[in-house]
Ligand binder design. Sequence first.
Ligand code: PIR
Ligand code: CA
Length: 321
Amino acid sequence: MRPKIILDCDPGHDDAIALLLAHGNPGVDLVAVTTVVGNSSLPNVTRNALAIATVAGITGVPFAAGCDRPLLGHGETAPGIHGESGLDGPALPPASFDLDGRHAVDLIIDTVLAADPGTVTLVPVGGLTNIALAARKEPRIVERVREVVLMGGAYGPGNLTPTAEFNIAIDPEAAQIVFAQDWPVTMVGLDVTHRALADRAVQERIAALGTAPARFVLDMLEFYGGAYRDTQDFPSPPVHDACAVAYVIDRAVLQVQRAPIDVELTGTLTRGMTVVDLRPFVLADEEALTSCTTSVATGIDAPRLWDLLVDALERIGDSRP
Ligand code: PIR
Ligand code: CA
């Protein structure tokens, strides 16, 4: 059975690449796209999502806007990495279809309840506000969802703070709710996403496709790669969110370890940190671990990720007339 994916995103350059991968890969069925404040304001990330849909020729998939702020506090955006628009670099075409009239939380709930149990995978790649609210508003989705594969967190260094990754830190309460639900959650964190960088060889493969969507990706990588070089000293940019989608397509992309995960809410230096219990005696207790619903990615096969991305772009082709 081809997994159905709901992509909950805040595009965002790597979100855009995740969306293109989910659309272009024939092994997964993209059934809804929802947006949440994060890399930029909700209006910006929603406009960006629709622009990407236009570029890639995505039709017949509902897109809905969600929360414009976190559960608590004011949140934070990332103009230093993604620009003021949230997707600086490429020219953004106007939307070619209307948003779904529902709030993202309702679109998520309706989509999960309408599908057969165990068929819908949630792929949150921004703050977890929409997903947490969906679980609270309609708890029956928790047992119906096949699994949650989220990009966020880290057991090593963070990126927003020394200990916290952006997607978790912008709404830690929501993240704690999502990790605590009784559904399988896989955390695809910076520990692996920082090990797959879209270097020159990858960019040359994309350039060789010669299509409009491929050029759009190159324009994105040029801006985003420059920002990563200037602000974080990266030689080439990571494409965080695409790693989560790739894992739904192909388990072999990531090495994953079952482990207890919780989110720090109160630490003065550690709010938003994902605390992953990797103590050897915990991991050795196989019986206790079987009732653990959380898993963490610890390794990545980057060449496999790039093959999937190039293949998806090739299949998308020149989708616009
Ligand atoms: C990436 C992001 C936010 C801030 C920085 N510095 C880099 C976004 C990406 O879209 C990804 O989902 C996650 N948050 C990585 O932290
Ligand atoms: Ca994102």
